[in-house]
Design a protein around this ligand. Sequence first.
Ligand code: SF4
Length: 362
Amino acid sequence: MSSLVSLLDRAAGGGRLTFDEGVRLYNDADIHDLGAAAHARRMQLYPTNVVTYVIDTTINYTNVCNVHCTFCAFFRPENHKEGYTMSHDTVLERVKYAADQGATQIMIQGGVNPELGIDWFETLFDRVRREYPDVDIHSLSVSEIVGLAHVEQIGIHDVLSRLKAAGMKSLPGAGAEILVERVRKRISARKVKPHEWLDVMRVAQTLGMPTTATMMFGSIETAEERIEHMHVLRELQDETGGFTAFIPWYYVPFKTPLRGREATGLEYLRVLAVSRLYLDNFPHLQASWLTPGLKMGQMALFYGCDDMGGTIIEERVVHDAGSTNEATRRDLESLIVKAGFTPVIRDTYWNTRNDIALATAV
Ligand code: SF4
């Protein structure tokens, strides 16, 4: 059996880890050694001190949802008096608010609301595209795509093709949680199965839509199941090359039906570092500061991350679960600079946006 040192050396050089080796590193490697290897791999991929971020917003257009995940404090079932669905005009107002602050990306995401047909989204996206042509529609989630296929009684390919034609350029990796059936049965039993999540991503990627992949960890999964999640993503990436980034974030338990505990900072850093090493074919690793907070987001830059994610001007799903973290552009840039890196603004496709001025003098 290889020593931990030789495993870390191989992974830091971009060598592929087996599933068992990934589990072993996750369970047994020293956190500092893991961080050093992940950072070395990040510097090998991007031998520069640039750390990117995107100016974006999340508009949670409806909280009505028929999926009822136990880790979610945001949704309301159909006909609940606290259920809401924004009008198109309200969504457009929020897009304007973000665009006025320089946003290049909007994530329009919400519950799986069976009252909304695909024409509701086509009309909305077409308006956004025409009124804000400089803003990329990086929106919805696999759950919402599958929900639309059910409502319309059409296939996933047709749903995504129509949304793409209406202006949706890319599909975020939301709704993955942990792509292991045992876990999903406990935390999101009515959600798509792991292979269905991967199938939707495959179709989007085949249609030329860039996608990201997320992992919500810290609910009930084991270390092995975290690596299994990374493993199925790595397999699909080998096949399609369609993922731009991996975004692991941890579950916020405080106001959810599932409850449980919050992951620790060290657990967050361990997941990041192992992700960077295991997902040898993923271009980018994002620091998801929204749940662990800005200071942990800064630490993430030394555990394999090359990107600080987005400003997320508005967001309700994670905040309803009990997160209080928020950041301005100035905050994100300051964190990056104080960690010794140079902030650079990017768009959804990782094109640098030198036409947009930084918020702080660097
Ligand atoms: S996580 Fe998404 S799909 Fe699950 S209940 Fe909440 S809004 Fe619905």
